[in-house]
Design a protein around this ligand. Structure first.
Ligand SMILES: [Zn+2]
Length: 256
């Protein structure tokens, strides 16, 4: 019974959930997710990169998605891996060319992104410290299969602690890649959703281009739309709410 369970809870969250995000610039494909997202009343986050090369049509579609309750987040103006870019240039150049330029362009387009997804998942503590002056939350990447010193190792989804947001004001978070290349199964997802349900956390997942049966290719940078629907159906069975990334840390404000 939920009536009594939340009284002494440390978390502000009342029940578990999932937070889905989608990266890059697949706006024409993203808009086609609308029927599925609406079917499950799912609110998600779209992380846009290189906003200055969006067409008028793309911008209108993103506004349409935002009006439906989805979040439009920032994924950089150049889509560079911060660590290498800062190494070759400087932190100032990174902030100017990757961050401020993206924010400026997006502002002109009528968006005000509050959260940021690291392109390529690359980051340093000193760039994160700068980024948190402008964003309430920074999203990094987690994968089931990881390579370390030439070895590939597999992690069980329910044990990847960093993909479960505990609603504890954590501002640096990780989402699990659901692209075809990540080789996840619905059984993996179910285990994760069960953990989120049990502990009242929010499981964070992300992908790139929506792929249908006819377009699917293991080498393509995208996820199977049917798999997304399975994920949403399984979370609906467990009464898991969907969250935008901004909602995960709704109390936070950027420090500048
Ligand atoms: Zn990206």
């Amino acid at each position: 019974m939920l009536f009594f369970a939340s009284c002494h809870s440390q978390n502000t969250i009342e029940s578990g959930g999932i937070a889905l995000s989608f990266d890059d610039r697949f706006v024409k494909e993203w808009i086609q997710l609308k029927p599925i997202l609406n079917k499950y009343n799912a609110k998600v986050t779209f992380y846009v990169t290189q906003p200055d090369s969006l067409s008028e049509e793309d911008i209108q579609m993103l506004h349409e998605l935002r009006k439906e309750g989805h979040e439009i987040g920032c994924h950089g103006a150049m889509h560079v891996q911060s660590m290498y870019y800062i190494w070759d240039n400087s932190l100032d150049a990174y902030m100017e060319n990757e961050i401020f330029h993206a924010l400026l362009v997006m502002k002109k387009q009528g968006f005000s992104p509050k959260t940021f997804a690291h392109p390529g998942g690359s980051q340093t503590w000193y760039s994160d410290r700068q980024l948190l002056k402008y964003f309430t939350l920074l999203r990094d990447v987690s994968m089931k299969y990881q390579n370390f010193l030439g070895f590939q190792y597999i992690r069980e989804i329910e044990n990847i602690d960093e993909i479960y947001h505990q609603r504890n004001h954590e501002q640096k978070v990780n989402a699990l890649l659901i692209d075809v290349s990540a080789k996840l199964t619905i059984e993996d997802i179910k285990k994760g959703l069960q953990r989120a349900t049990k502990e009242g956390s929010v499981m964070m997942l992300f992908g790139h281009k929506p792929l249908t049966k006819t377009t699917q290719n293991i080498n393509e940078y995208g996820f199977d739309v049917q798999f997304l629907e399975q994920i949403l159906a399984e979370s609906a069975k467990l009464n898991l709410k969907t969250y935008t990334m901004q909602e995960l840390n709704a109390d936070a404000s950027a420090s500048k």
